[in-house]
Design a protein around this ligand. Sequence first.
Ligand SMILES: *Cc1c(COP(=O)(O)O)cnc(C)c1O
Length: 354
Amino acid sequence: MAEAILEIDLDAIRANWRALDAHSAATVETGAVVKADAYGLGMEKVAPALAAEGARRFFVALAEEGAALRRVLGQGPEIFVFSGHMEGDGPLLADAGLVPLLNSPEQVRRHVTALSGHPFGLQLDSGMNRLGLEPEELGLLRADLPEAPRLVMSHLACADEPDHPMNARQLAAFREMIRGFDAPFSLAATGGILLGPEYHFDLVRPGIGLYGGLPFAEARPVVRLDLPLVQTRALAPGEAVGYSVTWQADRPATIATLSGGYADGILRALSNRGRVFADGIPCPLAGRVSMDLLTADVSHLKDVPGLFELLGPHQSIDDLAADAGTIGYEILTSLGRRYRRVWRGEGPAGEDAA
Ligand SMILES: *Cc1c(COP(=O)(O)O)cnc(C)c1O
């Protein structure tokens, strides 16, 4: 079989949630961000595992994701929608019992008009200039809010850089904006949790750290990806490999052709840059990553294994991201649909006994 095998460790996700939860005081609630299909790993398995571990508040980007998450989790957990209340979202928000994080005066008006009495939260712009109410906008509409928001939140632009002055600036701006509000507050995602207690407020909302990525350096790795060997071939000096012949043998070489390519989310930027591992031995990619295949120089191997590790104990999502000029988030959310997905560990506690 040429299917590459993607192993996803639910126990590691649960352990990462516990570890991040332990970074804040017992009075601080730890939610879970499961947008983009739980960062590409599969919301249907990941969200129930997190709920079993104790997560009660979940975050998605779109109302449609929230509706799908409600079907997975059932009634009970609170589901917040980062994009707020978009035109046409009313029925979805109402039917699935989702809490939109309103982002603009227009969204606030839309919400109170279309869904009067339905809970909402507010997203404030503390300096990132991406989403959220500006201080003046908040000042103008605050007195007219029909009821207390379920959550008042903002997002940090540089939380993965602890020494960046933007962190303290946004903290001060957020504190100023929430003064006098009667609602739970949230500022920290994974990076913010690690910045320390003054960033925690009432609720923290980690995403990437749950899935084993930086900036949570102590995270347990969650994914392992192994690519099957399709064939090896011997090259004479001067022969070249792959599209546009970008790699040329300067000595007799052995090239391994592996199943997995950019259609599977193995970014083409890894061409001639990334590495795979053969029983722990690094093998540089040789030539372009193509749609279904990649090629690696295995001339130095005594034995060529049947499977090569692209992600796993020898190469983290952030290692691979560095070679591709991106971040671990993009490696995860690019993981393809063609992999055979194998779930390790226990999902919800109820399944443990089986
Ligand atoms: C994606 C996202 C998060 C989670 O961020 P991580 O860095 O993955 O922990 C939290 N809050 C908002 C608003 C987000 O968009």
